[in-house]
Design a protein. Structure first.
Length: 71
């Protein structure tokens, strides 16, 4: 059974990020950082990768970027 996101390889850190976003709903990167312990630069790199893959999306709310799992 292939998932629809099989074009990119998800490692444990990616899954951790996705699970945090799933659990918390809409979250700013700062909160994801606190929850996962992943430093800022690698975290943003992964968020960008996950967004490009269509797994998560970012929304701008009162000047702040929030991330959520794409429906």
């Amino acid at each position: 059974m292939g998932s629809k996101h099989s074009l990119i390889e998800l490692d444990e850190r990616d899954k951790l990020i996705i699970n945090v976003i799933k659990r918390l709903g809409e979250v700013p990167a700062q909160k994801i950082m606190e929850e996962t312990g992943i430093p800022k630069t690698p975290l943003y790199r992964r968020l960008k990768k996950l967004e490009k893959a269509g797994i998560i999306e970012s929304v701008l709310r009162s000047g702040k970027t929030y991330y959520r799992v794409k429906k």
